[in-house]
Every structure is written in C-alpha cells, then in structure tokens.
Design a protein around this ligand. Structure first.
Ligand code: FPP
Length: 229
C-alpha cells in the first residue's frame, strides 16, 4: 500500500492524511476482491523497517491501525471474513495486539474471504524465526537436520495456513519487493502501477486482475474473464 506520503504531499497535506485515505481504500479493495472471487488478500500495512520512521508518524499509524480494526470489526464479522495477521505482532502496542487477537479469534471460522494484514512483517525476520524454531526442534530431537526441506521451513512461516500469492501488486511506481513475502511469491505474477495507494480503487484493482488474466492465458491457464465496469 505504497504512495500515501506522496499522495498527501501533492495535496499539501500531512503524510498522516495519506495514511488515513489509504486505510479507507482497504474496504473498497476488499469488496472488489470479493466481486472477482479473490478469496485471499494480504496487505502490507507496516513493515519491520517502518519503525525507523519519525515517532509521530509511527504513533499515528498505530492509532490508525487500532481505529481501523475497531471501525471495520462489524463489516468483517457481517461479511464472514476471516481476519489474520502476519509478522511479529507482539511488538506492537498492547492495545493493538489485544484488538487484533480478539478479531482474529472471533473471525477464525469464517471462510468467505480471508484478509491478512502484514504488521511488523519482514520476510527475512519471518525466515529467521522459522529457522530458529526448526533448529530448536532438531536440538530437541523432534526432527533430523537432514529432514529439513523448504516445505518444513514454510510450515513455520506466519503464512503457513495461507496459500502462496498468485498476484503481487505494488502501487506508487516503486518496482521492488521490499522484503515482502519473498519466498511465498517465488512464482507470483508481479504487477506494478504508478497509482498511489489512496487512489487505488475498484477500477485499478480490476485492471490488475485483467493483466493477470492476460498473462495466465498466455500459458493456457484460462480463468473466467473479468470485465472492467
Ligand atoms: C506506505 O506509504 C504505506 C505505509 C507505510 C502504511 C500503510 C498503511 C495504511 C494504508 C493505513 C494504515 C492502515 C492499517 C490497517 C494499518 P508511504 O508512507 O511509504 O508513502 P510514500 O512512499 O509516498 O512516502
């Protein structure tokens, strides 16, 4: 969800205003995903590197996170959306952790759609935590070192119960993966758009899906075509 800061700057507004608009886009994109039959959507809301931002901005993002979860709770439950997070959640402010755990628990049996928020997430950190867990299992004699495969490592990722992404969208013109789902997206189609996240709505989402479908068709794997309305 990149480009919030530049979106605000172009309008002579504080960066936080961009994040506020960005948070509002989440509901729209969730609806678009539902319309297209996209069952899993994972949003990079706060990276493990984002702690390096000015304290005021980090505090504002945490307040926004708390408010977004509280405000969207009803929508998530009514629409039977399973809410999940990935990342080192326990390092977030305690009030955020409590709201997150509560919503995760209350929505855990829903199957309509899964919304995953990546919070305090970084692929390298996730990999280090997974390997550390496996190393402990080897030391405890639960598994032999020679039995470690990629699948065993992935079983210890935060994403263990989430399918690998088919499509990775990055907004705002940046063309990097920035430590986001690096191994999970090994075979994902990458889609980069110059649109800033606060302007990324239904039309932009459908354009990304259509581009994905064009690429899929090139390899003969046709899906149901989605028309931009
Ligand atoms: C990147 O834009 C965006 C973020 C670091 C935060 C993303 C957060 C939201 C969209 C809203 C918060 C919502 C929740 C649920 C936490 P940037 O600030 O790097 O933009 P720039 O590259 O233009 O400066």
């Amino acid at each position: 969800m990149d480009g919030n800061g530049r979106w605000a700057k172009e309008r002579n507004k504080p960066r936080v205003e961009g994040h506020y608009q960005g948070a509002k886009q989440i509901e729209k994109v969730l609806q678009s995903a539902k319309d297209c039959g996209v069952k899993y959507i994972t949003l990079y809301a706060f990276s493990s590197e984002n702690w390096n931002r000015p304290k005021d901005e980090v505090d504002a993002l945490m307040s926004l996170l708390l408010a977004s979860i509280q405000e969207n709770r009803k929508l998530i439950i009514e629409n039977k959306i399973r809410f999940r997070t990935i990342g080192n959640i326990e390092e977030l402010p305690q009030n955020c952790v409590e709201e997150i755990r509560k919503l995760e628990n209350d929505s855990k049996n829903f199957t309509e759609q899964t919304l995953v928020l990546a919070l305090n997430y970084g692929s390298r950190d996730e990999l280090a935590r997974a390997v550390s867990k496996l190393a402990t299992d080897v030391a405890d004699g639960k598994i032999k070192a020679s039995e470690i495969t990629y699948e065993k490592i992935a079983e210890n990722f935060d994403t263990a119960d989430i399918p690998d992404p088919d499509l990775m969208i990055r907004t705002s013109g940046e063309m990097r993966l920035s430590n986001y789902l690096m191994l999970q997206s090994a075979y994902a189609e990458l889609y980069f758009t110059k649109t800033y996240w606060p302007d990324f709505g239904h039309k932009e989402f459908l354009e990304a899906i259509q581009e994905y479908q064009r690429r899929e068709r090139r390899y003969g794997l046709t899906g149901e075509q989605i028309n931009v309305k």
